[in-house]
Design a protein around this ligand. Structure first.
Ligand code: PEP
Ligand code: MN
Length: 263
């Protein structure tokens, strides 16, 4: 279902009028975690002012340590829905547990499957039963084939609105958090009709590298960007070091415009 043999023309996922895929380049921006209503609303305003069409933000957080901030859960989802009302931005947020798919889908416009859950087959099947679009992140050790077969799990359930998101893989490189495998863009383009989104934040782990990687992603033919921004990165409860400040996000989007015209 995900292959070009099945469908040669590119898939455009339509999220209530916001399109991802085809001739569009779509910015999705927001904080790593929803921390408070104030923080989320500030980030949402910054996302919109910078040119984003979608708001990201985790309410259920997959943290490496069980003692780290785990997210605001349903309260966070409610803030996201309120931010959508306020700004018109569509909401993309992670679901980690098959038992929570229904709850998250009640608030979200797009269900995000995190890198750690790319091969959580019960979860993939559960989101495949919904009619909510899905942003599927590549596992840090996932091959292209495994990535596409994960998408296939969702599509096999009848949900064809899948966007692929590359976010960096684990290599020997230690100066970035992960290594962005940008070859994934042209290679996946050849294999699948599904839209391809790049996450420059988790791949680099450092806000300073985000603009160059974002420009490279656009030049390589990606369909959109999933980018972390925070009104006060120093005091973020998660991923502050890789979060752009509002003014830096806006500046980056401006700098990307000439590249967008050239591709
Ligand atoms: C995220 O985007 O919020 C996230 C946790 O990313 P990943 O699953 O790629 O680590
Ligand atoms: Mn994060």
């Amino acid at each position: 279902l995900s292959g070009k043999e099945f469908k040669p023309e590119p898939t455009v996922v339509d999220i209530d009028g916001v399109k991802v895929g085809g001739d569009n380049f779509t910015f999705m921006a927001g904080p790593c975690s929803v921390e408070s209503k104030e923080q989320l609303f500030e980030a949402a305003k910054a996302a919109k002012a910078g040119g984003a069409k979608m708001l990201r933000g985790g309410a259920f957080k997959p943290r490496t340590s069980p003692y780290s901030f785990q997210g605001l859960k349903e309260k966070g989802l409610k803030y996201l829905a309120e931010a959508r009302e306020e700004t018109g931005l569509k909401v993309v947020t992670e679901v980690m547990d098959p038992r929570e798919v229904e709850l998250v889908a009640k608030y979200a416009d797009v269900l995000q499957i995190g890198a750690r859950n790319m091969q959580n087959y019960p979860l993939l099947r559960e989101v495949g039963k919904t009619d909510t679009p899905v942003l599927l992140k590549r596992a840090m050790t996932g091959t292209y084939r495994e990535f596409l077969l994960a998408a296939e799990y969702i599509m096999a359930g009848g949900n064809y609105d899948v966007m692929l998101c590359i976010r960096g893989i684990r290599t020997f490189v230690q100066d970035t958090r992960y290594t962005l495998d940008l070859s994934a863009v042209p290679v996946l383009r050849e294999l699948t009709h599904l839209p391809i989104v790049v996450d420059p934040s988790h791949s680099t782990g450092s806000w300073k590298y985000v603009p160059s990687i974002s420009k490279a992603a656009l030049a390589a033919g990606a369909d959109g960007l999933l980018c972390e921004i925070h009104p006060d990165p120093k005091n973020a409860l998660s991923d502050g070091p890789q979060s752009l400040k509002p003014e830096n996000f806006k500046e980056m989007v401006e700098e990307m415009k000439p590249i967008a015209e050239a591709v």
